[in-house]
Design a protein around this ligand. Structure first.
Ligand SMILES: NC(=O)c1ccc[n+]([C@@H]2O[C@H](COP(=O)([O-])OP(=O)(O)OC[C@H]3O[C@@H](n4cnc5c(N)ncnc54)[C@H](O)[C@@H]3O)[C@@H](O)[C@H]2O)c1
Length: 140
């Protein structure tokens, strides 16, 4: 399937599964907005995709808030003219027993793992309704 002309956002795509999704989308022709909290890996991901012949831009922001979601959608629209694919991949773990889990740990995990989907999805739908046709949610 060709994704030529399509625009994708992949959250948490500086490394790991997100980078693999982003590279594959770019290989199939999509322009990709790379997102990560780590500026170094986000920049490296863009360079890797460009070296493969693809198009990408980095947005360094912690997903979870509506503000971060807006930054991502605005970059997709400004750099590539729209948004077609949203992969809410970014995620973190605080793998602890309940007795060791702090409120801060719990809130951080919920914010990234749950709110990333609601904030990104609703922002994408409200800011880019004509082209936001494909939504692929990552696993919790
Ligand atoms: N690897 C697995 O076996 C596995 C299994 C089940 C689910 N998952 C889920 O898949 C997703 C990716 O897993 P992975 O193994 O590639 O993780 P990873 O830790 O290798 O990569 C995640 C990336 O997301 C970035 N990130 C973290 N919080 C962020 C935030 N708030 N905003 C933007 N970027 C952020 C990190 O800096 C990192 O580059 C996660 O949501 C994870 O829970 C992974």
């Amino acid at each position: 399937m060709s994704l030529s002309g399509k625009v994708a956002i992949v959250t948490g795509s500086g490394r790991g599964l997100g980078l693999a999704y982003a590279r594959d989308l770019a290989r199939q022709g999509a322009a990709v907005v790379i997102n990560d909290v780590d500026a170094e890996v986000a920049g490296e991901a863009v360079r890797t995709i460009e070296a493969d012949g693809g198009r990408a831009v980095a947005v360094v922001a912690p997903v979870g808030s509506t503000e971060a979601a807006k930054q991502l959608v605005e970059a997709a629209v400004a750099e590539f003219g729209g948004l077609d694919i949203l992969v809410t991949n970014a995620g973190i773990l605080r793998d602890k027993s309940l007795l060791k889990m702090t409120d801060e740990d719990f809130d951080l995990v919920i914010n990234v793992q749950v709110r990333k989907r609601t904030s990104s999805g609703s922002t994408a739908a409200s800011m880019s309704p004509p082209t936001a046709s494909t939504f692929a949610a990552g696993r919790v």
